[in-house]
Design a protein around this ligand. Sequence first.
Ligand SMILES: [Zn+2]
Length: 310
Amino acid sequence: MTSKTALLTHADCLAHVTPDGHPEQVARLEHVLYALQPLEVARITAPLAADDDILRIHPASYLAELRRASPSEGHRALDADTWMSPGSLDAAFRGAGAMVRAVDMVLGGEAPNAFAAVRPPGHHAETDTPMGFCLFGNAALGVKHALDHHGLNRVAVVDFDVHHGNGTQDLLWDEPRALLISSQQIPLFPGTGRASETGAHDNILNLPLPPESGGAHMRREYQHKALPRLRDFAPQLIIISAGFDAHADDPLAQLNWSTEDFAWLTAEICEIAADVCQGRVVSTLEGGYDLNALSASVRAHVQELMKAAT
Ligand SMILES: [Zn+2]
């Protein structure tokens, strides 16, 4: 057992190449890894997920379709936003594999908590549909792996990406053993995530946040609604969909959070984890498109995980 936060990544995640000018670019992960370089974390090479891992959340037809769509050169558009290059499928399998390995490490006592620095992101990928830059639903995959492989009974996801985690919501809609808490700017892509969307078993809490509402509003909403709900659920593991596009400098949204807001929220989640599940937290990178805001916010996020780990 190490007391260090695990950092999982793989060079394959840099080989998912989007067209010039696309916000979900290789430089995002390069900046993140550079910002994390000085930190004393346990560095873990993310494995490729097995097909069986992916099949916990996506049907075989979906996997076959992605393999058919995978280009041998150049780029292929799956929709207006979501692209594949020759390296994209391996990158996505590393992202999913990082989640599986991180869950195994944290539940197996090999690491107190973990962060997966991966791309493409995952939380927009629905059961049958790639979407919003995402191919595999990494956060939901972590939930199902923890429930069905490790035999847990209650796993929570907190998704603070500025966009609604519609894919995670779709994949966990019918899962009574999961609680999904997702905060998002509304109106914004993908258009879902209203408070009235609560899941088949009242297992989803959506927190819509208005444009320009800022970090203080976010903190009140989390303190009054999301964090008490998370604590009451008493999860045995908390998975974070860590998107940093709510930052004031982000070009895709207008929530105006600061780097300190991400640190605050991370610390609050870790405090609940310490009280209810021995601090077990697995976080995976979602969005965040201003390179400096992204790298500073990820570093603040991982530093809070490290503080909670000691
Ligand atoms: Zn986002």
